[in-house]
Design a protein around this ligand. Sequence first.
Ligand code: FAD
Ligand code: GLY
Length: 374
Amino acid sequence: MNRTFEAIVVGGGVIGGSIAYSLAKRGMEVLLLEKGRLAGQASGAAAGMLGAQAELEGEGPLFLLAKTSRAMFNGLADELKIASGIDIELVNKGMLKLALTDKEQQEHRRILEVHRQNNERAELLTGDEARRREPAISSEVMGAMYLERDGQVAAPQLALGFLKSAEAFGSVIKEDVEVQSFHSSKGIMTGVATSEGDFMSANIVVAGGAWSEVLLSKMGLPTITHPVKGECFSVRTETPLLSSTIFTSGCYLVPKKDGRIIVGATVIPNTFNPQTTVKGISLLKENAKKLVPSIEEAEWEGAWAGIRPQTADGLPFMSEHPDYSGLFIATGHYRNGILLSPITGEVMADLIEGKTPSLDLSSFRIERLIRRKN
Ligand code: FAD
Ligand code: GLY
């Protein structure tokens, strides 16, 4: 078999998938290696919110990246359906960010101004107005901010949609192959050593999520991220309980196209242990009940967890290694990797092709980590 490629992508999650897809669409011969199952880690565990406004502050480089990425989803849903047959289940019904306290209402008013100054749509609702939109929400809810442009997708389908579409454009995708180390000569990348032998390429992309640091520590970058576990559960109801996604800082409920509601998520730093705990799921159930009391009657489906890759300053890394030409890094997307995946694929493909990326990536360079240590 061919063991030389124009690019090798390490990691079969949504970030690796999106990069492989963008490169393959541009005509590059790509090999993607996944040590376990495709979409088997964080990307398969995610709730799928496209919460550019609900989850981010509303200005700065990360917000610009997020809103550009969010705007790509309509076209992407069609593209991936055509290339792979996979429906990413895009829902454009907005998100309702709820306030249960005066302090939260004040915070909503502040954030509303930021959104408006950035020409983003946002609307404040009273508790009754919110309940007219979503009758299932609690009488305790004092108010809400409606964010019409924040949608959601089915996260595992998005990751698989990218990966299968990359394959349709000629990429080779292998599960159960672990990248163990790299080959380079005089600071120029030449390939990877894996559990199935060597594969050669001058362009290697590390998109290994929370596990990227294990590989990158072999290339002089010891702790670029830390793992943050998130637990979720899902339920089913006979008739739909919600139409929009419900969001607060402690809990969210995401009504899926297939009748499920995903409830998430805990935030447990510094662990790679993917087990769910009674404590975590109980906390989520209590929080969800405060927002939507009738969730208690819903049919239980299951619980799971994923490990998010977090960075010290909250910004992802999308960058070439400063000392190794051809070694690219795309990780640290933390709580927004699903939202950020389309733009990440495009800008990383620009970097790999040696083009000026469509967005300024200076805030996402790996050099900022090195600067902080000196
Ligand atoms: P992963 O999906 O973890 O993929 C990395 C892959 O690389 C893994 O499959 C791993 O096995 C593989 N790998 C690692 N090392 C190697 C190696 N040496 N060789 C071969 N393969 C390797 N984001 C949103 O935008 N919206 C949400 O609503 C949302 N909800 C979330 C809810 C939960 C509970 C969690 C945990 C996360 C959520 N996120 C959400 C965040 C999002 O899931 C992540 O940011 C995103 O999935 C990261 O994608 P990734 O491809 O970098 O990592
Ligand atoms: N963005 C939702 C989460 O990470 O839980």
